[in-house]
Design a protein around this ligand. Structure first.
Ligand code: HEM
Length: 87
């Protein structure tokens, strides 16, 4: 399970950063030789979206709870009150 998550996240970040980075670079160079980047970009986009969906499933599947909402959560309701307060 943990290995699946690590591999998925690594593939997601690598392909996502390649996809976004080359998009920014092409935008800044007026699309210079954009056709050479078409296949790598489409491949990276497909991997980023697929692994993004898998991450969503692995990390945020099921009802909203501690993982889905930041505050308040049952985890804190059963233990001592949080040390930090807004007032
Ligand atoms: C349709 C496209 C995408 C989907 C559905 C998607 C979805 C996700 C999901 C569900 C996570 C896990 C969040 C968590 O830790 O709870 C994630 C993490 C991440 N994504 Fe994406 N993502 C997409 C595109 C991208 C792109 C284009 C980039 C890079 C520019 C990117 C960079 C990252 C990074 C760096 C993380 C790790 C953040 C962390 O774990 O805190 N993602 N993404």
């Amino acid at each position: 399970m943990q290995v699946t998550l690590i591999v998925t996240l690594v593939l997601h970040v690598l392909s996502g950063v390649f996809w976004a980075g080359t998009t920014f670079a092409l935008a800044r160079t007026a699309g210079n030789q954009a056709d050479l980047f078409f296949r790598p970009q489409m491949g990276a986009a497909a991997v980023a979206v697929a692994t993004g969906g898998l991450l969503w499933f692995l990390l945020h599947d099921g009802p909203q709870g501690c993982k889905g909402t930041s505050w308040p959560s049952e985890r804190y309701a059963q233990s001592s009150p949080p040390v930090f307060k807004a007032w």
